[in-house]
Design a protein around this ligand. Structure first.
Ligand SMILES: [Zn+2]
Ligand SMILES: [Zn+2]
Length: 182
């Protein structure tokens, strides 16, 4: 995976069970393809994490802040969406055994050596908390169903021409009568 790796040095932490450490890091994340849509980030992701070594398993918990570029479900324009979500995971030391469980449990990741790579955990946590439909603002007017104009930007004439049929009849009467007199 290109971009910055979200690597954390745990050389000291991993040999001291019971030890806990706080980390704060900022990293760029590649676009994520999710449900056929490309999710890109407006700015680097910010992570505030607490890592604890419990019986040689590194438990990670904390907070992710990210600005995603998303498409509004109503007006389909792109806007910046601020995502703040909790993150958690546990990193087990990778073992070279044949009994490797092919079905990894949720929130379980692996590390080897003195670093853990947070990328998978961060991406999975973002997607877990990801809203299916988002709108650019609460009162987004969306698109005109007739001409497709973005009603946040322009007011089209579609609704003005859509006169109540009873009024249309009156309008006609007025027109014909004035026509006769004139
Ligand atoms: Zn919108
Ligand atoms: Zn219209």
């Amino acid at each position: 995976m290109a971009g910055d790796f979200m690597l954390v040095d745990i050389s000291s932490l991993r040999i001291h069970p019971g030890q806990t450490r706080d980390y704060e890091l900022t990293a760029k994340l590649d676009d994520i393809i999710y449900g056929g849509e490309r999710l890109s980030f407006d700015s680097p992701i910010h992570l505030q994490l607490n890592l604890t070594n419990i019986d040689h398993v590194i438990h990670v918990k904390g907070k992710i802040q990210a600005d995603l570029q998303l498409k509004c479900a109503r007006c389909i324009s792109l806007f910046s969406y601020h995502l703040e979500t909790e993150v958690h995971g546990e990193f087990h030391k990778e073992k070279n055994t044949e009994t490797l469980n092919p079905e990894r449990e949720d929130y379980v990741y692996f590390y080897s050596g003195n670093t853990i790579d947070l990328t998978d955990m961060v991406v999975e946590n973002i997607l877990l908390d990801f809203p299916m439909k988002v709108v650019c603002c609460e009162d987004c007017k969306g698109l005109c169903p007739i001409c497709g104009t973005n009603l946040n930007e322009y007011q089209c004439n579609c609704h003005e021409n859509d006169i109540d049929p009873r009024l249309a009849v009156l309008q006609k009467l007025v027109n014909t009568s004035t026509g006769k007199e004139g």
